[in-house]
Design a protein around this ligand. Structure first.
Ligand code: OXD
Ligand code: MN
Length: 592
């Protein structure tokens, strides 16, 4: 039975039913009984595997097609009326042509299948930050994932009422044909259509497609921001908690930072870190003039390999119940899961991520796909913030950008002001790692970590950042910083331990926000005096002169960086905000 009488929803579903021709329509109310029945059904068809219910209660394993294991950026389209609206960093198609192409692919594709109708809220139901979506899908796996990653059910429809401000999402598995795989966003129509994929980032439409691509466009039109940022709270021994939003490109440890454990001495002294979100922030101005952020998601869709009790115990503990694992190794010894970097004991009796027999001790193949994932409920997280459900969000003291740069960027620096901070975000870049296909150490520009996620022209997006800054009083605006945990010496060894020790840097950042500590002015912004980063407990690991080294700003290296920034900026033509050109000119002048 339909969970709403909202005419805009019912008539849109009718249209889509006419197109894809399902045998049956099922509304998802997200109740325990319904979820349990879908799990049963998924297991009966082999789509899901029930794992050891004693060791991993309510946990399941799913495998996607081996050609369908990651987001497909070259098949992700922003369909705005003109190409200029999508901008030079997006793939574009004219909307009418794209609808026709997609409808031709989707037509009749639900024949013999069930259409699941998922009403979901991004953000706490009814919060002024939150937005509603409907996803139609023919995949039980998608339904079960969406029930973890978002708030699903009747309450969402009741909160929406008769409004037509909701995001339309149609997902069709079709035949998982990589040649006909398309992930398309139509920002002006609040619409997403995804065909021929069954992989998370392409098909959990609430996540990247809605909460970043469509929402970034909505934020532009409505005066708020959707960002690819984690949110964490740092509680000081006096009980006061300050919040930080941070944007990093993939493979820079966002989930690890969001869930980090303070170093032993800091923990003893009473410091705590609380996770509000690990991937996406929706940010808007509060009544007191400060910026507030919510995490619109309700779970974590994290990369499994490398997650272990040392690198991220909180993430690992989060996956111990109610979790769906995708493309990990199936340990047949006890019907649990394994992945590279979980521990040093790969199972001898296992199936690899493709479902083939695999012996971890003997095989040279990987047991888990490098992009294998866990979908875990946020409530499981031992360090989940008490503010996670707060409909007002949390006040943001600092915004942190970062990337992986072996030589260039110092451990941390602070922008001179908001506009300079927008410049810092706009020139974000990261060196590629061996984890991804292609050359290693190549610099990829990824402004604000939004390169694959900005639903409109990145030039307009930068201007939106600048315009938001104009509405903030200087004493209320978050301070903007850049960090680089990945500086190396000439032998290629990391100079900073990272993980929990990053708290030492975040505490300097908060001290700067409170005006408690001086800094050195350089060509790129304010850099700490080495004495102001607390090294207690790691003096042997990080000799003071190493810290000094990773805090230095080499003007000659920055001068070499400038042509790359100029070439990137040139792509935007007159969409490049004059403010950013001005910031670049200032940088060039101060490097001379
Ligand atoms: C993600 C990503 O999956 O950024 O979060 O790719
Ligand atoms: Mn992400």
């Amino acid at each position: 039975m339909a969970l709403t009488t909202n005419k805009s929803i019912l008539s849109w579903i009718d249209e889509k039913v006419e197109l894809v021709k399902p045998d049956k329509i099922v509304w998802i109310d997200g109740t325990k009984e319904q979820i349990e029945a879908l799990r049963e059904e998924g297991c009966s068809t082999g789509e899901m595997i029930r794992l050891n219910q004693e060791l991993l209660p309510d946990c399941y394993l799913h495998r996607t097609d081996p050609t369908d294991v990651a987001r497909v950026e070259d098949r992700t389209l922003i369909c705005t009326p003109t190409e200029e609206e999508a901008g030079p960093t997006n793939h574009w198609m004219e909307p009418n042509a794209c609808y026709k192409m997609l409808y031709d692919i989707a037509r009749d594709s639900y024949k013999g299948r069930t259409m699941y109708v998922i009403p979901y809220s991004m953000g706490p139901v009814g919060s002024k930050f939150s937005k509603v979506g409907i996803e139609l899908t023919d995949s039980i796996y998608v339904v079960l994932n969406m029930c973890i990653m978002t708030r699903v059910g009747k309450a969402v429809m009741d909160a929406l009422g008769d409004s037509d401000d909701w995001v339309r999402g149609l997902h069709c598995k079709c035949t998982i044909d990589p040649e006909k795989r398309w992930i398309c966003q139509f920002p002006q129509d609040n619409t997403i259509i995804s065909v021929n994929s069954g992989y998370g980032g392409n098909v959990l439409l609430g996540k990247k497609c809605f909460a970043l691509r469509i929402a970034s466009y909505q934020g532009w039109k409505e005066g708020w921001q959707a960002e690819h940022m984690l949110i964490l709270g740092i509680e000081k021994p006096n009980g006061e908690t300050k919040y930080i939003c941070a944007a990093f490109p993939s493979a820079c440890g966002k989930t690890n930072l969001a869930m980090m454990i303070p170093p032993e001495g800091f923990k003893k002294a009473g410091y705590k870190v609380w996770t509000v979100g690990d991937d996406i922030s929706w940010i808007r101005k509060g009544e007191d003039g400060r910026l507030y952020a919510i995490n619109p998601e309700n779970g974590f869709f994290g990369v499994a390999p490398g997650t272990n009790m040392k690198s991220n115990p909180n993430a690992l503990l989060t996956t111990k119940r109610g979790t769906i694992f995708t493309n990990v190794c199936h340990n047949l010894e006890n019907n649990t899961v394994w992945w590279e970097g979980l521990d040093k004991n790969p199972p001898e009796h296992a199936n690899d991520w493709k479902g083939n027999p695999w012996n971890g001790k003997e095989s040279t193949e990987k047991g888990a796909n490098p992009n294998s994932r866990f979908t875990a409920p946020a409530v499981n997280c031992p360090c989940l913030s008490s503010e996670f459900e707060n409909p007002q969000g949390v006040p943001i003291s600092a915004i942190v950008f970062g990337g992986r740069r072996a030589k260039l960027a110092p451990l941390v620096y602070q922008s001179r002001d908001w506009n300079n901070g927008v410049f810092v975000g706009s020139i974000m870049a990261s060196e590629t790692t061996a984890a991804a296909a292609g050359a290693v150490g190549v610099v990829r520009r990824d402004p604000m970590a939004m390169l694959p996620f900005c639903g409109y022209n990145m030039g307009d997006y930068w201007q939106h950042w600048i315009d938001i800054g104009k509405t903030l009083d200087a004493d209320k605006a978050p301070k903007i910083f850049n960090v680089n945990w990945f500086r190396k010496d000439d032998e290629g060894n990391f100079l900073w331990p990272g993980f929990g020790d990053n708290l030492r840097v975040l505490l300097w950042i908060l001290d700067r926000c409170d005006g408690k500590v001086d800094a050195k002015e350089t060509a790129i912004g304010y850099v700490p005096y080495a004495k102001d980063i607390d090294l207690t407990g790691i003096e042997d690991e990080v000799p003071f002169e190493n810290l000094e080294k990773i805090l230095t700003v080499e003007n000659s290296l920055w001068a070499e960086e400038v042509p790359g920034i100029e070439a990137f900026y040139a792509k935007f033509g007159d969409k490049l905000p004059a403010t950013l050109q001005g910031e670049l000119d200032t940088l060039k002048a101060s490097l001379k």
